[in-house]
Design a protein around this ligand. Structure first.
Ligand SMILES: [Zn+2]
Length: 85
């Protein structure tokens, strides 16, 4: 009687930012983020300051943005010039 079961709900959240490998400096310091209100994806390397920003699709996740960033880098060599202000 009066038995109560305590439900322990564990919420595991990844609070650490996901970092990716930079195609220019080779360090694991690239951070990709997507601004859902502006639908813009921004990818920045905190080591060599290589960065790119472009329009993001609604279902895009950060790793997709990173893939486009790498693609830009290898196809054009300078993603900074493709950055949309
Ligand atoms: Zn870099």
């Amino acid at each position: 009687m009066g038995r109560r079961r305590k439900q322990v709900v564990k919420i595991v959240r990844r609070t650490l930012p996901e970092l990716y490998l930079c195609p220019r400096c080779g360090k694991n310091t690239v951070k990709a983020s997507i601004n859902k209100s502006t639908s813009m994806a921004t990818v920045i390397c905190s080591s060599c300051s290589l960065r790119s920003s472009f329009a993001a699709k609604s279902n895009m996740v950060s790793v997709d943005a990173y893939c486009i960033f790498v693609d830009h880098f290898y196809s054009q060599g300078n993603p900074e010039e493709t950055a949309v202000a």
